[in-house]
Design a protein around this ligand. Structure first.
Ligand code: ADP
Length: 269
């Protein structure tokens, strides 16, 4: 079976400064794998490497059995969709036109959308709850609405692997829950592999099947949220300003709460 994503002994750095070192994991079909870790740990860099925007210095990345760079670009875009942080969409495009961009890898020679493309675009807009905004210009949307357009564009691509870099940052809690529930359901029902960067540990704990914890470019834990989000580990990484509880209503999945921290006198980074 070719897997949505395989990362093996991946090492990368910018300008000779190491950012990722010896990272290995596999993303299974139908799985939501949450990528977590402190600021600057290398999460976005890992997503960019997975999408083929960067090349490994050592080790390898395989999307459905091949290095991203070895896929013809249109074929790759039908397999995997990337939602980068702060993705840009021209403000003069409408919501409909922006989501339709996700169909680019399917369009024929003249680029005219067919019924199938229109259907996939509507479905994506409906799924993220913005079909009623189809005629609005991007410049007239709130940050949260714009974020949902970017996600709709990725869903319109109908990928088998989703690479998402903090896709819910600008959303309120209702929309965060709605979007992450949708992503989880899609993964399960359509067998899509999802690698998702989430800096909110509670969202990660609630919505991911497994978590991958990156610290200083190394994968220090990989597995069930209950094992990865252990209190002693999080205190060592994030400092004493947190408390971790098992949730009684969700199989003991951990909840991470902030706590007043008397010694938090300065930020070192
Ligand atoms: P995270 O997503 O976990 O916050 P990043 O992958 O964005 O971490 O960044 C990891 C490290 O790489 C940081 O120290 C960051 O400053 C550095 N970095 C990120 N992008 C670049 C770049 N284009 N050029 C040089 N350094 C970068």
């Amino acid at each position: 079976m070719t897997l949505p994503l395989e990362v093996e002994n991946l090492t990368f750095g910018y300008n000779g400064r190491p950012v990722l070192q010896g990272v290995s994991f596999r993303l299974m079909p139908g799985e939501v794998l949450g990528l977590i870790g402190p600021n600057g740990a290398g999460k976005s860099t890992l997503i960019r490497l997975a999408a083929g925007l960067l090349r490994p210095l050592e080790g390898m990345v395989r999307l459905f059995g091949r290095a991203p760079q070895d896929w013809p670009p249109r074929a790759l875009a039908r397999q995997a969709a990337l939602v980068p942080q702060g993705a840009y969409i021209p403000p003069t495009f409408t919501v409909w036109e922006s989501a339709l961009l996700g169909r680019t890898p399917y369009l024929g020679f003249l680029g005219v959308p067919r019924e199938r493309d229109r259907q996939a675009t509507w479905r994506a807009l409906e799924r993220v709850g913005i079909a009623h905004l189809a005629d609005r210009f991007i410049g007239q949307l709130s940050g949260g609405e714009r974020q949902r357009v970017v996600l709709a564009r990725a869903l319109a691509q109908e990928p088998r692997c989703l690479l998402l870099d903090e896709p819910t940052t600008h959303l309120d809690i209702h929309h965060q829950v709605a979007i992450l529930s949708l992503i989880r359901r899609m993964a399960l029902e359509d067998g899509i592999g999802v690698l998702i960067v989430l800096h909110d540990l509670n969202l990660a704990s609630t919505f991911a099947d497994r978590l991958a914890l990156l610290v200083d470019g190394r994968l220090i834990a990989l597995g069930d949220p209950r094992d990865v989000l252990r209190s002693d580990r999080l205190l060592a990484i994030y400092g004493s300003g947190i408390t971790v509880f098992p949730r009684p209503d969700d199989g003991g999945r951990p909840v991470v709460l902030p706590r007043y921290w008397d010694e938090a006198v300065c930020l070192t980074e």
